[in-house]
Design a protein around this ligand. Structure first.
Ligand code: HEM
Length: 139
């Protein structure tokens, strides 16, 4: 068994579950739970979360990029169209990763955070779909 490949695949799936799952949780559970709070209270909560999130998100983004690059470089005999779909996935993935880093900024209004989260939850879902297509293309 190729243990390095298994470890890298696990790292890729675990880090993407944190990033995309976290976006869905924050958008559809955490943000609605602050309904009725003042804007100052919401910004304070957002800042506290941002401070805790920043280093963890940095690690998740680095692991995703490294494990994804490893996965790609290990591929051989790729079918026609694979690189096109991979390029589309990379664009959506960059959106997710870039905005995930922005979420670590303090002082952002909750409405703006919710817009960011809606965008990356949607892009994250698209990235997972394209990843499933990439896998199916090789069977
Ligand atoms: C938001 C960011 C990302 C998400 C949500 C994501 C999600 C996924 C998922 C769900 C898989 C399928 C795992 C499997 O079946 O083993 C996968 C595979 C893969 N990912 Fe990502 N990924 C992301 C970022 C990246 C990046 C940045 C790269 C490249 C630098 C990358 C390269 C790959 C490759 C090459 C595969 C293998 C696809 C195949 O089966 O041929 N991913 N990714």
């Amino acid at each position: 068994m190729d243990f390095l490949a298994v470890a890298m695949r696990w790292a890729h799936i675990a880090s993407m579950a944190f990033v995309v799952g976290g976006a869905f949780y924050a958008r559809f559970v955490l943000a609605p739970a602050t309904e009725g709070w003042t804007e100052a209270e919401r910004v304070k909560l957002g800042d506290r979360i941002a401070n805790t999130l920043r280093p963890v998100m940095m690690i998740a983004v680095v692991v995703l990029l490294l494990s994804g690059t490893f996965n790609l470089l290990r591929k051989t005999n790729l079918p026609a169209g694979y690189h096109m779909w991979f390029g589309i996935k990379a664009l959506f993935a960059l959106h997710v990763l870039g905005v995930s880093m922005l979420l670590g900024r303090p002082g952002v209004a909750l409405a703006k955070r919710v817009r960011w989260l809606t965008g990356i939850a949607a892009s994250g879902a698209v990235v997972m779909l394209i990843s499933a297509v990439l896998r199916a293309m090789q069977q």
